[in-house]
Each structure stands twice: as structure tokens, then as C-alpha cells.
Ligand binder design. Structure first.
Ligand SMILES: Nc1ncnc2c1ncn2[C@@H]1O[C@H](COP(=O)(O)OP(=O)(O)OP(=O)(O)O)[C@@H](O)[C@H]1O
Ligand SMILES: [Mg+2]
Length: 255
């Protein structure tokens, strides 16, 4: 198995050069961070579960016509994706008050929002990913007005679809974070596509009946049973083999 050239190491994933130009391999680590790296830890098996959960959700989104970077899963911890130029925004969609929204406005966690709210954060660790308005985004050139229109429409469709999907397995999609990128096609056309990952690392998922948290808040808030919660999400999605994530099959050879 030829060693791939590492392009970038982030907090949750490592990016390697892919087998073909314009592709990269996302390797999902077990490392967990919170509060912009202020809290660090390991969640055993998280990388395997997030790789599988994100694969499943991206495939579902592809099926309903959301363009994404996802090509295919390679093995337990790696997936092949199209390389994009990441738009430096975290696009957060909220259905229920929680986390920073609750803190900022004094709205108790769990309050149903009158409608879904989309927020943009500028991806800049040194600045703690500040909340920004559309004015900032277009004035500073992080995205054009047209790109923003497009990614907003996609974010809302993704929210509608995923809210229903999770509802069907007894989970409330409280909020989640998306990243988008610019994909350059061979004919030079540039398309906005969904990139990065969707997993319990960047969604708030609450059990519909008990409101129990099934996401990274268990790590952030030291609630315990973090791996079990991620496993339960995978199990309800129907993608966790009975014997656990260690037995999840991947292709025998990597191409
Ligand atoms: N298709 C893609 N092409 C290029 N870069 C991508 C693609 N999908 C995701 N990325 C980037 O790969 C990195 C994934 O690593 P990880 O999630 O660990 O980063 P992170 O620690 O959250 O840091 P940051 O997102 O601030 O760089 C992110 O920087 C993400 O924006
Ligand atoms: Mg990330």
C-alpha cells in the first residue's frame, strides 16, 4: 500500500493526496477537540463511525440532488472526495435553541425556534471563528452574493431532508454545521458543493423521547458514554454491524 502524501492535518481529520488529480483522501481520526482546541481528548472508534455516518448522509444527499464532494469510502477510516477550494465559512443551521445561540440570547436550551435560523461563522481559528453577517462575507470577498444564495438554498434543503431522516429514527436534529467548497470542473465551470463531513461531531442530535444528547456535547460537557452515543446514531441509521464498528468491512485493497 503506497504511502500517500499528507496535505493537511486538522483537529478531526487528515487530508492526503488522492490517487487522481483533483481528489483527496479524508482520514477520520479518533481525536476530539472542543472550544476551539481548548479541550482535547480521544473518542475510541469515533473516526470509523464518523467516516461511515458521513458517507451514508452524503450519499443520501447526493440522491436528492445536493452536489457534494463525496466519491466513495475507501476503508474503515478513509474516504475519497473531490478536492475543492473551501469557502471559509461555517454554515450553521438551527432548529432548536442550544449552545452558543442559547448563551448569546439567553434562550433556554431546547426551545423550539419559530423558524430555522442559518448563521455564518468565519473559519479562522486565531479569531475563534467569529459570527459574521452576509455583509461581512460579501464585502471581504469570502463568497459572492450568488454563492451565498446558492449555499443558503442548499443548507435549507439539507436541513429539511436531514430533519426528516433523523425524525424517522427517533432523533431530533437540533442544529448542525456545514462547509461548502468550489469545485472546478474540466470545462472550467465552478460549482458550489457540500464538503467536509456531517457526523455527531458537528450536529446536535437529541433522542426524541428522552432529549438525551447523542453528539459531541457529551464530550464537551463531560457527560460520558460518548462512543456509545455515536454508535447508537449509526445503529439507528442502520449502518452499524451488530458486533460493533471494529467489524465494519472495507474494501480489501485500496486502489
Ligand atoms: N473536499 C475538500 N477539499 C479540500 N479541503 C476540504 C474538503 N473537505 C473538507 N476540507 C477541509 O479539510 C479539513 C478537514 O480537517 P478537520 O475537520 O480536522 O479540520 P479542523 O480541525 O476542523 O480545522 P479547520 O476546518 O479549521 O481547518 C478542514 O480544513 C476542511 O475545511
Ligand atoms: Mg473540521
Amino acid at each position: 500500500m503506497a504511502r500517500r502524501k499528507q496535505i493537511y492535518e486538522g483537529k478531526a481529520k487528515v487530508l492526503f493526496e488522492g490517487p487522481e488529480a483533483g481528489t483527496i483522501v479524508q482520514y477520520f481520526k479518533d481525536d476530539a477537540t472542543a472550544f476551539n482546541g481548548g479541550k482535547k481528548g480521544t473518542i475510541t472508534g469515533k473516526g470509523v463511525l464518523n467516516n461511515r455516518i458521513s458517507e451514508y448522509l452524503f450519499q443520501k444527499l447526493n440522491e436528492i440532488g445536493i452536489p457534494t464532494h463525496f466519491i466513495r469510502r475507501l476503508n474503515m477510516r478513509e474516504q475519497l472526495v473531490r478536492e475543492v477550494e473551501i469557502i471559509p465559512l461555517e454554515v450553521v443551521v438551527r432548529n432548536t435553541a442550544a449552545g452558543s445561540l442559547s448563551n448569546r440570547f439567553g434562550i433556554p436550551e431546547g426551545t423550539q425556534l419559530p423558524r430555522s435560523i442559518v448563521e455564518y461563522y468565519y473559519k479562522k481559528d486565531e479569531l475563534n471563528d467569529p459570527l459574521v453577517s452576509e455583509e461581512h462575507i460579501t464585502a471581504f470577498g469570502w463568497a459572492t452574493v450568488q454563492e451565498l444564495d446558492e449555499l443558503l438554498a442548499m443548507a435549507l434543503r439539507i436541513n429539511d431532508y436531514l430533519s426528516g431522516l433523523f425524525l424517522g429514527i427517533g432523533i431530533r436534529l437540533v442544529d448542525f454545521k456545514l462547509e461548502f467548497g468550489r469545485l472546478t470542473h474540466e470545462n472550467g465551470e465552478i460549482q458550489i458543493v457540500l464538503a467536509d463531513e456531517i457526523s455527531p461531531d458537528n450536529c446536535r442530535l437529541w433522542d426524541l423521547k428522552t432529549n438525551e444528547k447523542m453528539d459531541k456535547d457529551r464530550f464537551r460537557r463531560d457527560l460520558g458514554s460518548v462512543e456509545e452515543a455515536y454508535q447508537e446514531v449509526a445503529r439507528r441509521l442502520g449502518i452499524l454491524p451488530e458486533s460493533g464498528p471494529g467489524d465494519m468491512p472495507g474494501p480489501a485493497t485500496m486502489q
